[in-house]
Design a protein around this ligand. Structure first.
Ligand SMILES: N[C@@H](CCC[C@H](N)C(=O)O)C(=O)O
Length: 283
């Protein structure tokens, strides 16, 4: 068991290469909630199980013909125990753990490794200052509104595999209240949504965001959210391609958007490694 983070979006990481240590009935929603609890558990925004795709029952549905090309599967759970399609910070940490745990040779990362996720395959590789992920294209799917205490913000609905509502605003995001999940239109987001509130610091080049994540609450960073927000900021600037620096409470991410795809770059850090005690497991 390890704990780690990407720009302070933190995870409990469970290496389980052969699917024997954390099978589905052991890693149920209640166990995920216990692990992620910050006082009585390890604490985290979610859990990443590091497992070979062949041992994940729903991997074939998610990956289709690409199943054979993805040896590894990022089995991601939100802190409330729900499943998410994709996690941009988590997948960088996932590759870092594969390398540091000796499950993958660092040389294999040079051109990137295809990793399975519930949102489909994603290529991840080592960068000079962290890891890059080919996240695929942002897919806008409408316009909506986020109701926060005292204000309502219009936004763009964007899928990065998982759903986002990106609200560009002139109100300083530091002053907005994200202590409760923003209220959104359930018709537009039947499976829930991650909400980003975003200030543009330099048009088409530099943004600052805070995020309220589906299944978690406010977090210090969201990789998929950074990509959705960068796409929306570029659209807003009238320059649909470019590179955007994304400041999040937990650090900085970089997002490159071109005609074909979106590439996210940022750090990944393993903080600690150890064992869960028999006492805690029995509790
Ligand atoms: N923090 C992640 C996203 C995790 C999943 C999200 N909460 C959801 O339910 O879609 C990221 O870095 O992308």
């Amino acid at each position: 068991m390890l704990v780690g983070h990407g720009t302070e979006n933190d995870f409990v990481v469970l290496p389980d290469p052969d699917g024997t240590r954390w099978p589905e009935d052991r890693l149920d929603a209640a166990m995920v909630r216990r692990l992620c609890e910050r006082r009585s558990g390890l604490g985290g925004d979610g859990v990443l199980r590091v497992v070979r795709s062949v041992h994940v029952p729903d991997a074939a549905d998610a990956l289709g013909a690409d199943l054979d090309r993805c040896e590894w599967f990022m089995d991601h759970r939100n802190a409330d125990g729900s499943l998410a399609e994709m996690c941009g910070n988590g997948i960088r940490l996932f590759l870092h753990v594969l390398v540091t745990e000796g499950l993958l040779d660092r040389s294999a990362c040079a051109d990137g490794v295809l990793v399975g996720t519930r949102g489909g395959p994603r290529r991840v590789g080592a960068a000079a200052d962290g890891y890059w992920v080919d996240m695929g294209p942002a897919r806008p799917f409408g316009r909506g509104q986020a109701e926060l205490p005292g204000t309502a913000l219009p936004g763009r609905a964007v899928s990065m595999g998982n759903p986002h509502l990106v609200c560009l605003t002139d109100t300083d995001v530091a002053t907005l209240d994200l202590t409760t999940p923003p209220v959104v239109d359930p018709g537009l987001f039947p499976d829930g949504v991650n909400v980003e509130v975003v200030n543009v610091l330099a048009a088409g080049a530099h943004i600052r965001l805070r995020v309220s994540e589906r299944g978690v609450g406010e977090t210090r960073s969201c990789g998929t959210g950074a990509c959705a927000a960068a796409w929306a900021a570029l659209e807003d600037a009238g320059t649909p391609t470019g590179t955007v620096a994304v400041d999040v409470p937990g650090g900085r991410l970089t997002v490159q958007v071109d005609e074909r795809t979106t590439v996210l770059t940022g750090p990944a850090v393993v903080v600690a490694a150890g064992e869960l005690t028999a006492e805690w497991l029995a509790g």
